[in-house]
Design a protein around this ligand. Sequence first.
Ligand code: GLN
Ligand code: ZN
Length: 768
Amino acid sequence: MLTHNLGYPRIGSKRQLKKACEAYWAGKIPLNDLQKAAAEVRITNWKLQKDAGLDLIPSNDFSFYDQVLDMAFTVGAIPDRYHEILTKLNKPELDLYFAMARGYQKDGLDIIAMEMTKWFDTNYHYIVPEFTREQHFKLFSTKVLDEFKEAKHLGVLTKPVLLGPVSFLLLGKEKENGFHRIDLLKQLLPVYIDILKKLEALNANWVQLDEPFLAMDLDQKEKEAFVWAYKEIKKQVPGVKTLLTTYFGALEDNLELAADLPVCGLHVDLVRHPEQLDAILSKIPGNMTLSLGLVDGRNIWKNDYQSSLQLIKKAQKKKDDDRLLIGPSCSLLHSPCDLEEETNENSLDTTIKSWLAFARQKVTEITVLKTLTLDSDSPQSNALLEENQAAISSKADSSRIHKPSVQEAVAKLSPAHSQRQSPFSKRTKLQNEHLHLPLFATTTIGSFPQTKEVRQWRSQLKRGVLTENQYNERIKEATAKAIQWQEEIGLDVLVHGEFERNDMVEYFGEQLEGFAFTQNGWVQSYGSRCVKPPIIYGDVTRPASMTMFWTQYAQSLTDRPVKGMLTGPVTILQWSFVRNDQPRKVTCQQIALAIREEVKDLEKAGIHIIQIDEPALREGLPLRQADWDHYLRWAVECFRISASAVADSTQIHTHMCYSEFNDIITHIAAMDADVITIECSRSQMELLDAFGQFNYPNEIGPGVYDIHSPRVPSIEEMITLIQKAKAVIPQNQLWVNPDCGLKTRAWEETEEALKRMVNAAKVLRKEV
Ligand code: GLN
Ligand code: ZN
């Protein structure tokens, strides 16, 4: 029985790689220093896993940016537009790689970046491979071989990790018509075979091929692709031990397909789907190794050894120990690095800390599970097991987690809680009478530039350089300025600007009970960007109002309506580490009840427009279509719980970005927000079609300019977009606003863009 890991976080426990990359991009350090920093991260990771006693340690799990981009780079799937970086500029390969990820805008070139999208149902974003009809593949980068050699040189015979060929193709996108990317498998596979042969020549033993699509719905063609690819690999490179990994979902109807593939091992996620083990054990051939994914790679809770051991024992009944592997459910990329970095007890107290395991601790858990299995009677094993059980039951029984009043409130939820008093047709009349908004009403999505200054005030407050009072005075000033300026340029519905918020989830989590925060629990989101998700450990309550002070303050400065700004329950859930002792739905309902109280308070204080942001609603979609409806029903219900306690005359807005709506439009409509603002400009209003076809009855603000770039669009561009929108949605339902919040922008471009936006709306009003 061997232990292994599917991948270790590569940002470094102190975000060393992030810092080195950003310094290199800014021209502050030479390539050599970046390479050194990267090597240090790799070496530290290998050593740490070796010291923990792990049998198979991954390599090529390191990445400067993204593992999907790495694969594209490895097989030479490099779009033509980047070639000049090598041919004309003679830049190093790594510059080409970064250009693909980030675009290239210097040395007389202006090349856009490749697209980025979410990695399955995680908050990690990968770079989408681009394919053309005549796509050609070749071994372009030897990264996987180099890193294998690098580790071998240090005395670690690693298990190289590659994104499998079928999943690699499926993750990509056709950039031309007339072919399906899966048809490229014939051209692609020789490169994989070449790599595997080279790894074999270097004495690699196991090679991990990630095929997460085996846990998704597959059509016949895709299934055949799996069969063909792995038969071919077996035929041409019989000597390497191929370990096929699946994660985030269950094999379900693909079980037979997977079990019949001529691979040496199959990894399955038993954290998300422990129930699939029986079926797998009955189908998996005797000579195929089974890897049990037991330690949760997606969450931060300590492993419950007792229940993991039960699964191991079950597997042992059907499989010999030398055909079993023990590992994490998926790559530990999605876990923070090291719990030992959490040293501030005011931030994460010892009790909560005793319930947690980050990547480094998870590696140890994997090795301990093996010890407990093979050496179950030793005093040392007994002690380890007891200690673990003590931690697990201290969490299970903790009064910090279980609050009967919250559980009662959830139990008492009835359909009435998610029902506004009247249907939209009636509400809209009352709202119009109340708010007197013009046609094409203008607004923004909430945040204004979080300048260096603003962030500095917050860090000065944290360090005690500014007193609470001094900090508040500064935020007040920024808010007042923003209100005055919005009035001046003539926006119809104002916002307070969110200057007081560090992050749209953290800000609320910090004020709710049941949430804990780490100091260093960073997880890679994309490239050098990391997030520090809050930990929802207990029943959620709202001890006091969270946004009243700033909203009321802003409203006191103007006669125009100020929108109250809240983060919705689904987004708070989605962007946090969540409890594993109750369904996500229940945690979400608890958050929804807290937000509902906040909405009520705002309404009582005279705020008549309240926005509840749900940008993460779509990303929570389960991997399998069959499970979508269940998720969407409770997610929409939670939004409605938070939104429905107000009078008909109070206008509820929601906001969504990074979203397509075609396949979820009925559920979006079921949210029944009076106004929904969406990111739309980059798709040139295409995203609006779903609403048009559906005859979406409520109001919509399709974003008229892209906030991801400093570029200021012209009035004409915005007018064209609004006219496009008018062709799809009746004009009296339309709002005019940017794509998303403006916190990442500078004031200069924000001011100019919003002035033009307001003018665009004015021009269109005159045309009516
Ligand atoms: N209200 C938030 C803001 O403007 C919304 C952010 C988001 O959708 N991601 O910043
Ligand atoms: Zn947004």
